[in-house]
Ligand binder design. Structure first.
Ligand SMILES: Cc1cc2nc3c(=O)[nH]c(=O)nc-3n(C[C@H](O)[C@H](O)[C@H](O)COP(=O)(O)OP(=O)(O)OC[C@H]3O[C@@H](n4cnc5c(N)ncnc54)[C@H](O)[C@@H]3O)c2cc1C
Length: 560
């Protein structure tokens, strides 16, 4: 649920968010935890610091608070006996987003993250109730922005949009304070002696102040990503946390393989950018890509997959001498080791070949249509380029917010490239005008803000409109540059698998033993969420076979 909704999730789903366990249920959970006592006033959790794990209250009361904009504590809930304290951060040992204090003497049972995952597997029904509560609590925090970093900057600034987009796509709560409208923002700017020309700044829950950070700095400051243990050897390293990579993580984790998932941006990949996926099995009313992918992300963590986001793989440095293992070099100079590698690095959006595109990309040119962009275009005239399903979905979604949408396509009609249901829906929208056989020919504006878009018609003539936001959905190119020389690629850069990669290769095997490729980055794959998920499931069977064979080879070598 997005921030600003009128009814809070705390009001509508309170009973699921804060359930009470019976004494018999607590007895069943004792084997997963360790008892611990707290004195009156003692902190059980501090925002910005890694806590001990899920905390089941056996006796006494705990007050859970979040920090208001002013910094004052705001009560979320008081937990009594049978309640449990924690949210999604406890699943992966990330820093707490709230503060919690013992109101009097408290007796508790602490379930550490690895034991919590064991609990989910062993106690399915109880685990489901706990997992649902942890997810709903995170949704509640996202709704209010509680516990996350505070971005202080002008709401139309490209850097503010970048930081907000990054945190939203990673399902992390945050608040934005605009110095034009929020007195608290001006007070903070004065307090930290920030030159208004140096905005945005970000205030992290641990108290650190960042000046216009990049995504990596921000992620590390709020504990979203941790250093990778260079000595740990994972069964599989998965590059990419789109639907293909997350499916691999879920099936690998649930079948007992240790998995590390890396993504340079956020979980969800292109699917996370989809305003509404209507053709994925099991969701007859459709689902936003972000909601579908957030479920998969939580599910993968429930099964023990370790997430490293954002972390970018820059090279597959190949087998380490004799061991047969792989090393992935990361952008931040770290290294991850694994016995096998699944490349699920997907594709990235194609850019338009028009001059001055760079000037406006931070603020006015978008490759994504999420609630953030919808808010930006409310009541305005916009242009959208593209004729595929992603363009169709974005048009339908943005038309609900924008005053007018110009849908610009190169071809003669939409029918050849867009699903029928979307074409029909677009036809029914009065504020959408389809312009066929046209190409964007010019962009104008100043100070990084787009003011006008021009398009040329095949029949002759050029049209100019006062437009501040341009959306591009013109296809994608494979994210495989980082693998050049390491794997066989086709002429367009897609990874070759199966027979074409080698006469003995199976469907998802690349030209290199122990390295598999799935989803959009794979040559010949069907570029759909369901296909990516299917390949993610399928590759796990191949991983088992490869790892078993490599074990046999190693023990044979050992014997000789
Ligand atoms: C706007 C939009 C709407 C769509 N709607 C639908 C739809 O309704 N139905 C449907 O079936 N399909 C839809 N698609 C297509 C679908 O999203 C893709 O087919 C699917 O996401 C492919 O999944 P993937 O996991 O293979 O790759 P991706 O989703 O592309 O994910 C790849 C991930 O790898 C990461 N990555 C790349 N390089 C590196 C690196 N070097 N190191 C670390 N990480 C890296 C990227 O950041 C990304 O998160 C849509 C696509 C878009 C763009």
């Amino acid at each position: 649920m997005a921030a600003g909704t009128t009814t809070s999730i705390i009001e509508t789903r309170r009973h699921q968010m804060f359930p009470t366990l019976t004494p018999a249920e607590i007895e069943r959970l004792r084997r997963f935890g360790a008892p611990r006592s707290y004195d009156a006033g003692e902190a059980l959790a501090k925002a910005g610091q890694v806590g001990h794990g899920l905390t089941i209250i056996l006796g006494g009361e705990v007050a859970v608070t979040q920090r208001a904009r002013s910094g004052a504590p705001e009560l979320i809930v008081i937990h009594g006996p049978g309640a449990f304290m924690g949210e999604l951060a406890q699943l992966s040992g990330r820093p707490a987003l709230v503060d919690a204090h013992a109101k009097g003497a408290v007796e508790a049972l602490i379930v550490a993250p690895d034991r919590l995952r064991a609990l989910f597997i062993a106690e399915a029904e109880l685990g489901e109730r706990i997992m649902r509560a942890l997810i709903l609590r995170r949704v509640g925090l996202i709704e209010t922005g509680g516990g996350g970093p505070v971005i202080i900057g002008h709401s139309e600034s490209g850097d503010v949009l970048r930081l907000r987009g990054f945190l939203s796509r990673n399902g992390h709560p945050h608040q934005t304070l605009n110095p034009d409208t929020d007195p608290e923002a001006r007070a903070l700017i004065d307090r930290f002696h920030v030159d208004p020309g140096q905005l945005p700044i970000v205030l992290c829950p641990g108290g650190q102040l960042l000046h216009n950070p990049d995504e990596n700095q921000l992620a590390r400051c709020i504990g979203l990503v941790r250093a990778i243990d260079p000595d740990r050897l994972y069964d599989v390293a998965i590059v990419g946390a789109g639907p293909a990579g997350l499916a691999t993580a879920v099936y690998a984790g649930s079948e007992g393989l240790s998995a590390l998932v890396l993504d340079c941006r956020s979980f969800g990949g292109q699917a996370g950018a989809s305003a509404r996926i209507e053709n994925y099995l099991g969701f007859p009313t459709g689902i936003t890509g972000m909601a579908l992918m957030a479920r998969a992300y939580n599910q993968a963590q429930k099964f023990g997959a370790e997430m490293a986001i954002p972390d970018e793989a820059v090279a597959l440095t190949g087998m380490e001498a004799e061991s047969g293992d792989f090393a992935l070099s990361l952008f931040n100079a770290e290294r991850a080791r694994a016995r096998s590698v699944v490349v699920a690095s997907g594709a990235r959006y194609r850019r338009l070949n028009v001059s001055r595109l760079d000037d406006f990309e931070a603020t006015s040119v978008h490759y994504w249509a999420s609630p953030i962009e919808a808010k930006l275009v409310t009541g305005q005239e916009i242009a959208l380029v593209g004729a595929g399903n992603s363009a169709g979905q974005a048009t339908v979604y943005l038309a609900r917010h924008a005053a007018k949408v110009w849908l610009i396509v190169r071809g003669r009609s939409l029918e050849a490239s867009m699903s029928r249901y979307l074409v029909d829906r677009i036809r029914g929208l009065e504020n959408v005008t389809l312009v066929t056989e046209a190409e964007v020919s010019g962009l104008d504006g100043s100070h990084g803000t787009l003011e006008a878009v021009r398009w040329r018609l095949a029949v002759g003539g050029e049209i100019e409109r006062q437009i501040r936001h341009l959306f591009l959905f013109i296809g994608a190119e494979p994210n495989s540059n980082w693998l050049a020389g390491a794997l066989k690629l086709d002429a367009k850069g897609f990874i070759v698998t199966g027979r074409e990669a080698g006469s003995t290769r199976q469907l998802l095997e690349t030209s290199r033993d122990g390295v598999f490729a799935i989803g959009d980055v794979r040559a010949g794959s069907i570029k759909r969420v369901a296909a990516a998920v299917g390949e993610g499931a399928q590759v796990v069977a191949m991983l088992h076979a490869y790892l078993a064979a490599s074990d046999r080879t190693k023990s044979a070598q050992h014997r000789h």
